[in-house]
Design a protein around this ligand. Sequence first.
Ligand SMILES: [Zn+2]
Length: 132
Amino acid sequence: MSTDIQDIYCRLLARNYTAELFADARLDGYKRSGRGLLADCPFCGKPEHLYCSLDKPVYHCFVCEAGGDWLDFLQKQRGLTFREALQHLAQAAGVRLEGFDEAAYRQKARTRDILEVAQRFVSTQLGAATVA
Ligand SMILES: [Zn+2]
């Protein structure tokens, strides 16, 4: 059976890895905002515009539009290869990597998650009722 990234993400979300990811990345000025964390964007430098959900393994910058999942974040922010980023997350989750299907992973659109996190953020900022 091959390792599933969703399994890794579920384990990491269960132990609030979002904060750990931000701390590891040494992002400045990070703080809680609704159901997520805000930090200074490491890609464009804009203060408090990088949003990371506490419920989903995704990030998004509202200025430079940088966004993706945690694998993407580790690759862009730390300059890791896809494999290194995957290994990093698997290790943090306590999961052994076995026959990970990178092609299948890439095929699954990240767009849905990014749109969701953006929508959730906007709802929070507008003080709307919690998005289910
Ligand atoms: Zn940015």
